[in-house]
Design a protein around this ligand. Structure first.
Ligand code: GLC
Length: 585
């Protein structure tokens, strides 16, 4: 670390630094390609982000997580990294990234970047060198090159399945034109997997962490964090039993990798955080990654995958909180990201659960119902204990774009499914900022955006919504500002509020909990309206109360219990009346 850089790293700590900032933070996810375009080429860039930092400040976020911004052939939207220490020229320059990190920090917004350790781009110099060096070379040892099975080596080494569907090995061609070894790629062939048993791979990634921590980033989001280590014996899935012994996922050896990373993060001033992308179904194994000397937090995908409904939400919340308690880590709450169907569309479907393998074209949805529910879900997750992630555009209530012309779809998940899975581009359409026609202020001038925006987005622009007090944008702004003001929210205890109003037929559809003595959140996942307690005033509701002051179906409210009532309640607070108070509103 040179002195000049060290100074910059030290400056990266805000004056009012709270070492526990990450336990309650609101983190906004910027998919750079689709956030805002500064240079008019139809693709988002860092200049676009810098120009819109004021928007994020007004929204009320504590940090930004940027999807990969590195030079990349974009075989998988930038998750195929060619150089981990630079910025893709389509997005800007390293210097601009440094300025962006500083500008954001000056507004009190921290930066989290995406690191992609499981695989690299096939255009990365290491992989190119490995191809050139041939079988048996040290260059190949950084990857998973392997002879094929069968007499001619033309059978794949294993039948491991890619989460992008299809095979996970591709055969190389030797310099003399004969068929060569195979290499492993858990995603596309353009994303060869690294061999994490190799010391170069570990050293390189530890150095990459330092490179970005030196530049003031407050944390890293670790892509595909549970996949890095593979069983070198290459068994088929199921050949070896037992937790921690799956050939490609969640292997026990991974924890040492993250312990080393944590030591690096902890060696920097301020709290630099490790956030894992961990899709592990067993919640105890999931929270093992969050032990005090490993990652700080990990994305909680269980809640995101759950169907709409009080019972399923409650089960997920209870299991999540219980599993996090022993390791002392706060949970994260995530309604969506750049990989999953937007909540407005998801929650308007008959089947509201999310699963990658279920994605199909033409599944009907009721966008109005979906929007009500997405707004209610926003109040719910923002009131739960821990940190909150917001994917860009969710604050505008954007739906999934499901009618992109097929020839414009770029996502490999679409192609690798043989065109059956629509892929993830529908949630990656450039944001609408202003005006009545595409590109809706996303690009200066009339540039054609890299994915087309629906005409109907003219009513969903930031400009249109800023002027409408009932808009989703204003709901998000109010809820984030309130969340910041209310000390009960963020990290801390939650108490379920089980004594629901007598006579409320829809009580099983209601989820209610308290944070502290005077804050309550009530979510009505049914269709019929429900009464609110008499000793509550409404701080915020996702849908206006009905004419009798009841909370409509598919809506949520944040409540302030009056002090006298909260003093008189016993440890199990009760909602005791079905009559709405005259003063509520
Ligand atoms: C993660 C990313 C996803 C990417 C994949 C492969 O799941 O979120 O977008 O395609 O990893 O890197």
């Amino acid at each position: 670390m040179d002195t000049e850089v060290l100074t910059r790293a030290e400056r990266a700590v805000p004056a009012s630094d709270d070492p526990l900032w990450w336990r309650s933070a609101v983190i906004y996810q910027v998919y750079v390609r689709s956030f805002a375009d500064g240079n008019g080429d139809g693709t988002g860039d860092l200049a676009g982000v810098r120009a819109r930092l004021g928007y994020l400040k007004d929204l009320g976020v504590d940090a930004i997580w940027f999807n990969p911004w590195y030079p990349s052939p974009m075989a998988d939207g930038g998750y195929d990294v060619q150089d981990y220490r630079d910025i893709d020229p389509r997005f800007g320059t390293l210097e601009e990234a440094e300025l962006l990190i500083q500008d954001a920090l000056a507004l009190g917004i921290r930066t989290i970047i995406d690191v992609v350790p499981n695989h690299i781009s096939d255009q990365h110099p290491w992989f190119q060198a490995a191809l050139a060096a041939g079988p048996g070379s040290p260059e190949r040892e950084r990857f998973w090159f392997h002879p094929g099975k069968g007499e001619n080596g033309d059978e794949i080494p294993t039948h491991w399945v890619s989460s992008f569907q299809g095979e996970t090995w591709t055969r190389t061609t030797n310099p003399d034109g004969t068929p060569g070894e195979w290499y492993l790629h858990m995603f596309t062939p353009e994303q060869p997997d690294l061999n994490w048993n190799h010391p170069d791979v570990r050293r390189e990634h530890e150095d990459i962490l330092r490179f970005w921590f030196d530049r003031g980033v407050a944390g890293v989001r670790i892509d595909s964090a549970a996949l890095l280590i593979k069983d070198p014996d290459l068994p088929e899935v199921g050949e070896k039993q037992g937790p921690g012994q799956h050939p490609t996922e969640d292997r026990d050896e991974l924890h040492d990798v993250y312990r080393a990373w944590r030591a690096i993060a902890d060696s920097y001033p301020g709290t630099r955080v490790l956030v894992g992308e961990i899709w592990v179904p067993d919640i105890v194994r999931f929270t093992n990654y969050l032990r005090p000397d490993e990652m700080h937090t990990a994305f909680n995908f269980d809640f995101l995958a759950r169907p709409w409904g009080a019972a399923s939400f409650r089960e997920s919340i209870e299991q999540t909180l219980a599993a996090h308690a022993p390791v002392g880590a706060p949970s994260t709450w995530v309604l969506s990201n750049h990989d999953v169907t937007r909540p407005v569309t998801r929650y308007g479907r008959e089947d509201t659960a999310f699963a990658f393998l279920k994605k199909r074209f033409g599944v009907p949805t009721d966008p109005e119902l979906g929007l009500h529910r997405a707004r209610a879900a926003a109040l719910l997750v923002a009131a739960l204990p821990g940190s909150l992630y917001i994917y860009q555009g969710d604050e505008l209530g954007l739906p999934e774009v499901e009618d992109l012309p097929r020839e414009l779809i770029q996502d490999p998940m679409h192609y690798r499914s043989g065109g059956i899975d629509p892929g993830r581009d529908g949630c990656r359409v450039p944001l609408p900022w202003s005006g009545d026609a595409a590109p809706f202020g996303f690009s200066p001038g009339r540039a054609r955006t890299w994915l087309p925006q629906p005409e109907a987005w003219r009513t969903l622009t930031v400009q249109a919504q800023a002027a409408d007090p009932g808009s989703t944008l204003n709901l998000y702004r109010r809820l984030l500002h309130l969340r910041r003001q209310l000390p009960e929210l963020g990290d801390g205890p939650l108490e379920w509020w089980d004594a629901l109003p007598s006579g409320a037929a829809s009580a099983p559809d209601v989820l209610a909990f308290r944070r502290g003595e005077r804050f309550a959140c009530l979510v009505n996942t049914g269709d019929a309206s429900v009464p609110l307690p008499p000793d509550a005033s409404v701080l915020l509701s996702s849908t206006p109360l009905d004419e009798s002051g009841r909370l409509p179906g598919n809506a949520a409210a944040w409540l302030r219990m009056d002090a006298a009532a909260s003093r008189s309640t016993d440890s199990t607070p009760r909602i005791t009346t079905t009559e709405p108070p005259a003063s509520r509103g």
